[in-house]
Every structure is written in structure tokens, then in C-alpha cells.
Design a binder for this molecule. Structure first.
Ligand code: HEM
Length: 401
């Protein structure tokens, strides 16, 4: 069976607004499509996405011997010095022993117990931000989700509060590099941000080494396994990954979830009294995933639902599409807090399963419980950022009563 070719409409405003009908058409037509624009084979079915996440035949790091095709529009991080310095030990791009060892050490400094200890801080921060609501102009993202999430990650890592604005800027600039198509301007901005971020973290880690505290950066400098410790570059890459991956995904989940409720006419007040908060969280992350795709290389020729993928071809697993697959979820277009299958793909799977899922779930639980004390309404139709990969809104103007 051949692979149908398409030009994926990732810059089409209507598609970005609601990509799910188009993704359904793709799933109905074929399990895989080849996107002429990015050179990626797009995998859209739930079962295939899950299998790929668990398979050793697909790699997140570029195989030696891989020759980049001229069509590929995805950025090669090695072409950008500082962006590469911040990416070199990014867990998301590593495989094999180096990934497992690094992940094991990071996990030791990021225990569930340490995350749960942050709950009072989260509750206080969430209430403080919501108490200050000005209904005439309250942007759920800029006035709540962003300052909340950056404060939580800042507190976890032990970075000074005065620098949060800089992190926000660096994080926004760097994550633009992960989309399907990146402009030269965005790439230069990301490179400059990566440089500032790298230099800043280098100095902060030196300070923490001199004066260790009860925070994650200090723990990352101390953890060891079989006499092995993290190098400074590994710590820098990890801290930047935690700030970027953790922050952007959590902010967009808060935004996507509240808009999903309001646009589907589900009243927010006391929603957590009528339904289990854990089901609410999982169902909303399934319904509109904040991270829509991740790419992998095929290490050996392989078959997916009868379609051959050649060695070294590149694929993208479409998490948001998989979460709307009718073969995995009954009535997938419907938000249903009673759903028996909560096994979505939004936190990934296999060796790269989200390392911060425990933190994200707690942040969401505290936020939703606080937000659900109120009736929330949209002041205007919120506009999407325009990006497909990291799915979110520019601004969400709401009233709270
Ligand atoms: C709702 C919020 C979040 C979502 C939806 C999410 C989603 C994901 C997904 C899909 C992956 C796997 C990527 C792949 O397959 O290549 C992942 C990996 C990861 N996430 Fe999250 N994430 C969230 C929040 C967080 C937070 C708060 C942190 C930490 C502060 C975090 C840290 C990580 C790390 C370190 C990895 C890499 C794991 C590895 O490659 O071994 N995430 N996340």
C-alpha cells in the first residue's frame, strides 16, 4: 500500500482553529500520510502512535548516517551553537543508555513526594492570582496560567523570582524552534534567547554548588548512581527542558481546557463536585492536547498497518489526532467525564513518557479546583497562537463571577 501525499495545512488559520475534522479525514483515508512540506510521514491512529512510542525501532535522536533531505523544513539544532548547547542533553532527543542514565538521575531529583510538597505553594499562588481578578480585562493566560506555572517551576527548581519574566521570554522564543516550519527571524531570536539562558544557568548552578538549598537544581548537582553524577551541561539542558516543556504545556492545557468547557457549554461552577477532578483533567487533556506531534526516525525498515516505512525515513506521531481516534475512544468528539478509557497519548508513552506528569497533574488539579469555584465566561472569541505543534491561545479574555 502506498503512502498518500499531502501538504499539511499547518499554517491555515481555519485548520489551526479546529484541526480535528481534517485529522479525522486523514485517519479515515490512510493510517499514514506523507507531508511534502516537512518531509514527515504523519501517523494519526491511536494504536500506531502507542506502538511507536513503545518500539525500539523508532528513535528521537538523529541516527548516524542519516542524510537530511533538502525538503525538510524542521530545524537542525546543530546549525545553531547555543540552541544546540541547550539541546545536546535534552532527554527528549536522547536514546539508549545515555537517555536511561540521565533520566534515572533526573527522576531521583524529581520524586512525587517532592512534587506533593509544593501543593501549599501552588494553592497560595493560585488563590493570590485569582483574588486579584479584574473582570474588565482578565486574560486567563497572561494574568493566571503563565505567572502560576512559572512560579511553580521556579519554586521547584529554586530560581529567583525576579528572573521569571526573563524565563518567560526565553521559553517562548526557544519553543518556536519546535514547530513544523520556522522562520529565519524566529530562529535567530531563539538562538539569542538560548545563549542568554545558557549563560544564566551556568552561573546559577555555580551558586547552587557553593550554597546548596532544598530545590531541584541543588538536587540535580548532588544525585548519583553507581558513582555517576550529572555533568554541568547535562544539568543546564535538563533545567531548560523542565522550564520550557513543563511551562508551555501546562499553560496551554489550562487555557485549552477552560476554553473547551466554555465553548461546549459546560458550566464551570462546581464542576469538580459533580465529577471526579482526576477524570476532568484527563478528559480535557485528551480532548485538546497542548502538544500535537513529536517526530521520530525509523531505524530499520518497518511496517505500520501494512504500509512500509523505509530505514531512516522520518515520522511524526500526531498525539491530538490519536486522542480523537474513534477506534480507541467512544464518541471521541464529545467531552465525557464518565469515560471509562482515560488512556490518552497526551503525556506520551514508552521511554519518553512525560517525566513531569505528576507535577502537571497537581498543578492542573489545584488550578481547576480554584477556577471551578466560579462561573467563568468568555468576553470574546479567543484567538489561537497560529502554531500547530504547541497548541494554545494568544489570549483568553474571561469574566469570573
Ligand atoms: C499538561 C502538561 C504536560 C504535557 C501535556 C506534557 C507532555 C509530554 C509528552 C507528550 C512528552 C513525550 C515526548 C516524546 O514522546 O518525545 C513529555 C516528555 C517530557 N516532559 Fe512533559 N508534559 C507536560 C508537563 C510537563 C512538566 C510540568 C514537566 C516538568 C517540569 C515536564 C517534563 C517533561 C520531560 C523532562 C520530558 C522528557 C522525558 C524523556 O524524554 O525521557 N512535562 N511531556
Amino acid at each position: 500500500m502506498g503512502i498518500p501525499e499531502i501538504t499539511f495545512p499547518n499554517e491555515d488559520i481555519e485548520f489551526i482553529k479546529d484541526p480535528y475534522p481534517y485529522l479525522k479525514d486523514l485517519r479515515d483515508e490512510s493510517p499514514i500520510h506523507y507531508d511534502k512540506l516537512s518531509g514527515l510521514n504523519l501517523v494519526t491512529h491511536f494504536e500506531n502512535v502507542k506502538d511507536i512510542q513503545k518500539s525500539k525501532n523508532f528513535s528521537s535522536s538523529e541516527p548516524t548516517g542519516y542524510v537530511k533531505k533538502s525538503k525538510e523544513s524542521l530545524i537542525n539544532p546543530k546549525n545553531y551553537d547555543y540552541f544546540w548547547k541547550t539541546e545536546e542533553f535534552n532527554l527528549l532527543n536522547l536514546e539508549g543508555n545515555i537517555h536511561d542514565e540521565l533520566r534515572g538521575l533526573v527522576a531521583k531529583a524529581f520524586l512525587n513526594r517532592q512534587v506533593q510538597e509544593l501543593k501549599p505553594f501552588m494553592e497560595e499562588k493560585s488563590s493570590e492570582l485569582l483574588n486579584g481578578v479584574n473582570n474588565d480585562k482578565f486574560d486567563l493566560l497572561a494574568d493566571y496560567a503563565q505567572p502560576y506555572s512559572i512560579a511553580v517551576i521556579g519554586e521547584l527548581l529554586g530560581v529567583p523570582q525576579v528572573d521569571y519574566d526573563k524565563f518567560l521570554y526565553w521559553s517562548h522564543a526557544i519553543v518556536k524552534m519546535y514547530d513544523l516550519k520556522v522562520s529565519d527571524e524566529s530562529a535567530s531570536e531563539a538562538e539569542a534567547a538560548a545563549k542568554e539562558f545558557y549563560v544564566y544557568m551556568n552561573n546559577l548552578i555555580d551558586e547552587k554548588n557553593k550554597n546548596p538549598q532544598n530545590d531541584m537544581i541543588s538536587r540535580l548537582s548532588q544525585v548519583s548512581e553507581n558513582d555517576q553524577k550529572l555533568t554541568k551541561d547535562q544539568i543546564i539542558c535538563t533545567v531548560i527542558l523542565l522550564l520550557n516543556a513543563g511551562h508551555e504545556a501546562t499553560v496551554n492545557t489550562i487555557g485549552n481546557s477552560i476554553v473547551a468547557l466554555l465553548q461546549n457549554n459546560i458550566p464551570t461552577k462546581n464542576l469538580d463536585r459533580d465529577h471526579d477532578i482526576k477524570n476532568i483533567i484527563e478528559e480535557l487533556i485528551r480532548w485538546d492536547s497542548p502538544l500535537q506531534f513529536f517526530q521520530r526516525w525509523v531505524l530499520e525498515e518497518t511496517e505500520i498497518s501494512g504500509i512500509k516505512l523505509p530505514k531512516y525515513s522520518k515520522i511524526a506521531i500526531l498525539l491530538g489526532s490519536a486522542n480523537r481516534d474513534e477506534e480507541a475512544f467512544e464518541d471521541p468528539e464529545k467531552i465525557n467525564f464518565q469515560r471509562s478509557n482515560l488512556n490518552h497519548t497526551s503525556f506520551g508513552g514508552g521511554v519518553h513518557y512525560c517525566l513531569g506528569a505528576h507535577l502537571a497533574r497537581l498543578e492542573l488539579e489545584v488550578s481547576f479546583k480554584n477556577l471551578f469555584q466560579n462561573n467563568i465566561s468568555l468576553n470574546e472569541d479567543p484567538k489561537r497562537t497560529g502554531a500547530f505543534g504547541i497548541r494554545g491561545f494568544k489570549e483568553i479574555s474571561i469574566s469570573i463571577s
